[in-house]
Design a protein around this ligand. Structure first.
Ligand SMILES: Nc1nc2c(ncn2[C@@H]2O[C@H](COP(=O)(O)OP(=O)(O)OP(=O)(O)O)[C@@H](O)[C@H]2O)c(=O)[nH]1
Ligand SMILES: O=P(O)(O)O[C@H]1O[C@H](CO)[C@@H](O)[C@H](O)[C@@H]1O
Length: 354
């Protein structure tokens, strides 16, 4: 059977202070009338029936998910701690495998923007076809338009089937020089962060490349469906060293293939990626959700709350105003918002603002 696994336990810290620990980005209406996770479920539910759509999330977000999606406990895989995407996907794999030995997983982040539903459906269906016989880890590649350092890059290898290519190399988040050279070479795609594979194949790759995580997952597998399941998940999660599926498995595996996509895709990872989808005034400014009094301000994004935002003589800046926090940051440091959040998370003084 085919299952969707939506990863939705992240903090969305590059979207701080709009995204908070109590209500991260995936639960906000960033673009359009629905939250990002609702859009994700709507998008995949035309291919996979809702009863086979699962959300993996931190235990703190179970209530929000039930409210937003109308899901019950059965379709929510709860994590006691955030240990990044390899464990999140690994947990989903063992949970699904316990009930279905032939489970194929369509793994989706909960916070992407995709335009082109028909093309999306075609790509996912093709990926399911390729993944189902169990040989491959299927990625979906996006033609790059800039040397983005926040993404993984896929070097496209030989064609193995119609529109399916071997992944020659997978390079997670290269530096700017390397990313620029990939764009110049022309045979690289961005990793979209969506994956399709059989649960048993993924676990075999985890066994090979992340043997400690594999042991944690196998102990969890043993206890699934017993009264000790939650306790054992917690015990094992406490031992896990967090790593992303990209660094942990995708950069190392020899079984990855890629399907080039032809829908509009963005991971809406940061305020600067969001601005590609919002309209600008004649000075290149985006003013969202507030009144702004500006003079000699160019190429600046102002997202407000209740107050008037006033600015003079600035360019290429982000000003994000919320009830209790104002963030001011040059656009080219937008990825550093995550570092700032990390830095202040451990401070007693600032913890309440995270
Ligand atoms: N269940 C679960 N989901 C996660 C975890 N880490 C990230 N995610 C989800 O995986 C997807 C990709 O996450 P990232 O963009 O790497 O992280 P993020 O927390 O959303 O954002 P940043 O903090 O800005 O990096 C998002 O849908 C996240 O909600 C985790 O530890 N557990
Ligand atoms: O966890 P991050 O930082 O969002 O990165 C992941 O998603 C990117 C696309 O959003 C991918 O390009 C990356 O390879 C990775 O899968």
């Amino acid at each position: 059977m085919i299952y969707a696994v939506i990863m939705s336990g992240g903090l969305g810290s590059r979207f701080w202070p709009k995204s908070r620990k109590g209500l991260p980005k995936q639960f906000l209406k960033i673009i359009g009338q629905k939250t990002m996770i609702e859009n994700t479920v709507d998008r995949i539910s035309t291919i996979i029936p809702r009863e086979n759509i699962y959300v993996v999330t931190n235990q703190n977000y179970v209530g929000i998910i039930k409210k937003l999606l109308g899901f019950d406990n059965k379709n929510i895989f709860k994590e006691p701690l955030n240990k990044e995407t390899a464990s999140c996907i690994g947990l989903a794999a063992v949970k699904l495998l316990k009930k279905d030995f032939e489970a194929t997983m369509v793994v989706l982040p909960s916070d992407h923007l995709i335009i082109g539903q028909e093309e999306f459906e075609q790509t996912i269906k093709r990926a399911i076809d390729v993944a189902q016989d169990g040989d491959y880890l299927v990625t979906m590649g996006v033609a790059p338009t800039r040397p983005e350092i926040g993404y993984g890059y896929i070097e496209v290898g030989d064609k193995i089937q119609d529109n399916v290519f071997r992944v020659k190399r997978f390079i997670e988040k290269p530096n700017l020089d390397v990313a620029t050279s990939f764009i110049e070479k022309g045979n690289f795609l961005w990793n979209s962060g969506m994956f399709v594979w059989r649960a048993d194949r993924l676990l075999r790759e985890i066994k090979k490349y992340l043997p400690d995580l594999y042991k944690n997952l196998m102990r969890i597998y043993e206890y699934i469906g017993t009264e000790d399941e939650e306790k054992v998940i917690k015990e094992e999660y406490e031992k896990i060293d967090g790593i992303s599926i990209d660094f942990g498995v995708m950069q190392r595996t020899h079984r990855a293939v890629v399907i080039p996509t032809n829908f509009v895709w963005d991971d809406i990872g940061s305020f600067t990626s969001l601005e590609r989808f919002l309209s600008k005034d004649e000075n290149g400014n985006i003013i969202q959700n507030c009144e702004a009094a500006v003079m000699d301000v160019k190429n600046t994004t102002i997202m407000g709350d209740k107050r008037l935002v006033a600015a003079i003589g600035i360019k290429d800046m982000l000003i994000i105003d919320t009830d209790d926090v104002i963030l001011v940051c040059p656009k080219d440091r937008a990825q550093s918002i995550k570092d700032l959040v990390k830095k202040i998370s451990s401070s007693e003084e600032f913890e309440k603002f995270i």
